[in-house]
Design a protein around this ligand. Structure first.
Ligand SMILES: C[S@@+](CC[C@H](N)C(=O)[O-])C[C@H]1O[C@@H](n2cnc3c(N)ncnc32)[C@H](O)[C@@H]1O
Ligand SMILES: O=C(O)C(=O)C[C@]1(C(=O)O)C=C[C@@H](O)C=C1
Length: 244
């Protein structure tokens, strides 16, 4: 990702802090923000490449739902190589999708990505071998998450996979507190001030709603996936692989 502007969005005190949203301001600093906020974000992307390499099938579709600037789209595209496949990158933020088109346009590849500006709950998912939800399900209303996963499951070919990365909540209070403390230190180590950390946390309240590992695995099982487990966890950030 180029044009990496430093995230200083929460550096000054905000009166009447507004809820976090993926607008132009966030889009313009997003690569820096996510890299400094999500532990092992780079490893997650590398894993998406490896898992795509393992599960992609010729003449199928690959979906990146909530693609932001297209980092996971790019991770998938690396793995597709010269296979005849279509990659569909979806986001409902105009600012994000415009920038994703710019970034991905700068990388040369025979594989064209189709960009779709829409609610991921509304798009058709068909003939898919790989679907990625990289830190996006947590922004969907909790009561709609099962519907989203059902749509994905129905759109996958047999043996197709969902790669689902999320910020988790741990039901054991002591563990949750310790993981939060470690994540806080991770942010400090990456240069965020106490003010930046606390203002961002407040603005994400009721916007990013985390589920537990158990809730995720039970939901994947309920939807019908034949196998599902996490392949990565760093503090309370995890990524799951679910196989149809
Ligand atoms: C944390 S970012 C995802 C990061 C990205 N997947 C990556 O790997 O860099 C969440 C994204 O989901 C998008 N989003 C949230 N709700 C959505 C919805 N209902 N439909 C489509 N996109 C959505 C946001 O606009 C935002 O760009
Ligand atoms: O938990 C946090 O503090 C985060 O910043 C997490 C998170 C995410 O998981 O999506 C939230 C918003 C931004 O998109 C980048 C990272």
């Amino acid at each position: 990702m180029s044009a990496n502007h430093k995230d200083t969005l929460f550096a000054q005190p905000h009166q009447g802090l507004k809820s976090f949203c993926f607008d132009e301001q966030v889009a313009s600093v997003f690569p820096d923000m996510i890299e400094r906020s999500v532990p092992s974000y780079g490893e997650t992307l590398k894993g998406i490449t490896e898992l795509t390499r393992a599960f992609v099938r010729p003449n199928t579709r690959l979906y990146d739902l909530g693609c932001s600037l297209g980092a996971a789209t790019l991770a998938m595209r690396r793995a597709v190589e010269d296979k005849p496949c279509n990659i569909i990158a979806v986001d409902n933020s105009t600012a994000m999708l415009a920038k994703a088109k710019d970034y991905l346009g700068n990388y040369h590849s025979s594989h064209q990505v189709e960009f779709v500006l829409d609610d991921m709950l509304k798009i058709d998912i068909t003939n898919a071998s790989v679907v990625v939800l990289n830190f996006t399900l947590q922004f969907i209303a909790p009561e709609q998450r099962i519907t989203m996963l059902e749509r994905i499951y129905d759109g996958l070919i047999p043996g197709g996979v969902l790669i689902l990365s999320e910020k988790l909540i741990n039901p054991q209070t002591q563990i949750q507190t310790q993981l939060e403390t470690m994540h806080l230190q991770f942010k400090r180590n990456n240069g965020y001030s106490e003010l930046e950390i606390s203002q961002k946390r407040a603005s994400l309240e009721n916007v990013l709603i985390s589920d537990s590992r158990e809730t995720h695995l039970n939901r994947l099982k309920t939807v019908g996936f034949s196998a599902a487990d996490s392949w990565l966890q760093h503090f309370q950030f995890a990524s799951f692989l679910a196989i149809k």
